[in-house]
Design a protein around this ligand. Structure first.
Ligand code: ZN
Ligand code: ZN
Length: 362
């Protein structure tokens, strides 16, 4: 295999050229951990500590990406062993920083693409998977056609009022009251304005900052939030209505609202034709009874950048131990998230067979 390391800092790309001509398939595994202090009592539980955003934290594979690396290494070993019979080329993409690069830096799938990971040769399709508590128990596999994981947009709103005494609000413009109205107004976009039967959406305001003292109405309030959607049309409409809502409410009070929306991650879109084409493979490797349709996942994935470059299919492996209730088990990113390692052979079978079946199809 031709191996290139140091792609997007610590990423690795392997190219396995088969002995027979054919298409090019990319398989992607993300490999980063999270600033979470592991609370599992496992012999191999992480003891690593580091500092993150100025805080002393543990380092844990709380999203299960270590499983993805192990699975893709297994697939690489199997496919390398049958290199001569392989009809086409398999590209193995080990990607850092899926959870996002350090602030102010580039990284992840976007940077790997920028540094040529999707060129020479250019993949005709890309597959990826994620171990996931909400996808069920070990042995179960879920998939979804079309919008599968949400887009994630960073929302920043700055409300400018006019500072005054807390006892004399008419002497200024209170940005805290305006901010409160905007928070509530934004919630009516998803619940009252958009057609919820087309695609779900979420707006969350996660931080509000304004003021320093109980009896001073401040000049300014800053809010941050996240916006999640499953269709590009809804995403654009959502952005338009967020601006309209925030700016109009502010204007009605004599304040101003400056709205900044940054597109962080695109919708993870599973190509419907590719999904339909590969479904029999998933049913064969997991058993048809263990394969089901995944409800939309409001989390986001930077696999979406690869799936914008080639038709993509991203599947989920149930990761809870047999008998554990998936609706109450600790989820990905929890310090108690635990993966049943029975997902490893299923993951290897799934990715290896997706690659082989895709390359073998006419
Ligand atoms: Zn994660
Ligand atoms: Zn993840």
């Amino acid at each position: 295999m031709e191996v290139k390391s140091g792609v997007a800092y610590t990423g690795v790309v392997g190219v396995l050229r088969g002995g027979r001509p054919g298409k090019v398939i990319a398989l992607r595994a993300d490999m980063d951990a999270l600033p979470v202090t592991e609370q599992l009592n496992l012999p191999f539980a992480s003891k690593v500590r580091t500092s993150y955003n100025g805080q002393e934290v543990g380092v844990m594979h709380a999203c299960g990406h270590d499983n993805h690396v192990a699975i893709l290494m297994g697939v690489a070993e199997i496919l390398a062993g049958m290199k001569e019979q392989l009809p086409g080329t398999v590209k193995f993409i080990f990607q850092p920083a899926e959870e996002g690069p350090p602030s102010g830096e580039e990284g992840g799938a976007e940077l790997m693409i920028k540094q040529g990971a999707f060129e020479n040769p250019k993949p005709d399709a890309v597959f990826g998977l994620h171990v996931m508590g909400i996808a069920g128990n070990v042995g179960q596999l879920t998939y979804r056609s079309g919008g599968t994981m949400a887009s994630a947009d960073l929302l920043r709103i700055t409300i400018k009022g006019k500072q005054t005494h807390g006892a004399i609000p008419w002497g200024g413009v209170d940005p805290i009251v305006v901010a409160s109205q905007i928070v509530l107004g934004l919630q009516t976009i998803a619940s009252r304005q958009l057609d919820i039967t087309r695609a779900p959406s979420v707006i969350t305001i996660g931080s509000i900052h304004g003021g320093v003292r109980n009896n001073i109405i401040p000049d300014e309030v800053q809010m941050e939030g996240t916006v999640r959607t499953f269709s590009p049309e809804v995403q654009d409409e959502m952005h338009r209505r967020i601006r309209l809502t925030a700016e109009s409410i502010a204007q009605s009070a004599g304040a101003t609202a400056t709205v900044q929306i940054t597109r962080q991650l695109p919708i993870t879109f599973n190509n419907p034709t590719l999904t339909e084409q590969m479904l029999p493979t998933l049913q064969r490797v997991a058993g048809a009874a263990n394969v089901s349709v995944q409800p939309p996942v409001t989390g986001a994935e930077d696999f979406s950048f690869f799936a914008q470059k080639a038709p993509g299919l991203f599947i989920f492996l149930g990761s809870n131990k047999t008998g554990v209730d998936a609706t109450t088990a600790p989820v990905n990113h929890s310090p108690l998230y635990e993966v049943d390692e029975g997902v490893l052979p299923l993951g290897v079978r799934a990715l290896a067979n997706l690659a082989l079946d895709y390359l073998s199809q006419k």
